[in-house]
Ligand binder design. Sequence first.
Ligand code: G6Q
Length: 551
Amino acid sequence: MSRLTESPAWNTLQNDVARIRATSLRALFAADPDRYPRMTVSAGPLFLDYSKNLLDHETLSHLLALAEQEQLPQAIRHLFNGATVNRSEGRAALHTALRQGDDAPPLWLHGQDVSLSIHQVLAQMTEFVEQVHSGTWQGYSGHSITDVVNIGIGGSDLGPAAVMAALPADWVSLRVHYVSNVDGAQLSRTLKPLNPETTLFIVASKTFTTQETLLNAHSARTWFMERAKDPAHIARHFVALSTNATAVAQFGIDTRNMFAFWDWVGGRYSLWSAIGLSIALGIGMDKFRSLLAGAHAMDSHFRDAPLAENMPVLMGLIGIWYLNFMGAQTQAILPYDQGLERLVAHIQQVSMESTGKSVTQEGKPVDYATGAIIWGGAGTNGQHAYYQLLHQGTFLIPADFILPLHSRYPLGDHHRILSANVLAQGEALMRGKTAEEVKEELAGQNLPPEQIQTLLPHKIFPGNRPCNTLLLNQVDPYTLGALVALYEHRTFVQGTLWGIDTFDQWGVELGKQLARTIDAELKDHPSAVHDPSTTGLIERVRSAMSPSSSF
Ligand code: G6Q
């Protein structure tokens, strides 16, 4: 047993489980006519209904007590003040400072005013975006830029790509493409229709050492040079977003064309920094600032609202309730907005890379679950695919439904029907359908009793399956900023209560290390010792690469 699992607040919650298992959402709603108004909360442009969760007011107060016991309010203050919350890497995590706006007071970190540096880079971005949009920044043949290719991976790709996918195409003044995968297919297919004279490459890499990004950037440069010929033209077509000026210069990008950020910006929390340049080029600096302002609205709410009315806190605690006490392992994110589909992958990274840890900040093994498996996709598509398992499967899967109240693409009855579907799914998961209800329904269809008996078990829906419903007015940069920041802070709440390092990611290292070894073997014949399976597979891959291969 650890300090956390032996603690009074944890024990109280464990004792709540039997009471909650013995009741049902139907019963909880019947017992409290005010359950819906009491279990809704607004934050900035977002509204959350969390009343369809498997908990009562007592459980909620016990979860809040756990948050107090684990000193969440202090942790939030530390996060905003620039304390070294990422202890294993000895860093602050100051993504909140990136979105404070122009009137932000100085924020000192290691003798440097972070606010000042942020504003300098924002000013540099503003000037650059203005030059590209006005056509003052021209390609090597004197034409304006029409296409931007962001080359980056993980945190240097997912956030910006998710934001751009969410926003309406007619807001975008340049075509923005994202290349992340080292699979050459992605770069080749992206470059095929592009004109090098009017294409700008953004090499986005915090470290500027990431194998995939550097290889894609080198291949993009080769493609460009085959057409532009003169290396002097690179300066008009390649810019870098990085913390590593030396490596940027070594790659051959003029550091005057580099937009800096800092080690206190975590990769998956970096879309608000220079890493957002592709967004700013796509939608303009004003809308990029609006994205920052939306995130700032959520930051202010998270920092200032009491825990019991704090949206990220409540969502984080509810997630902990399911994972640590009710036996859930996964969490579905289900936006009812096609443009938000890529947001699922971004939230997945923010959450799973941040909380997929099994030791505490002090390096002690945990004896409780951490890091839910995050997955999902856009509704209504999922309803015709994996929702079957949500409704009648054997796992408890809490779901977050996300619905914009107004569509960016109003078209006949589409949005009303989309909305009806998401509301129906929440209700169906919660209510289910009892044996009596099924019998009555089947009897109404005049089916013979034996057929009713056969069908009955298949048509019962156990119900009692929880969800949150998040409403937003419409998808715009401000709302999106708030939505992404909500999930960032929800993740921080969970990481804090689990006592883990939310901001490191050592788990990605081993695969990278081994890939380098195996790549050397694929090139120059094996030397390292592997298990028989890996050795056998290396052999097959290597022989398939030999020119004489018929594999
Ligand atoms: C995010 C992770 C990871 C990172 C990528 C790209 O928090 O650290 O996803 O963003 O590995 O790293 P670079 O930006 O350094 O290329």
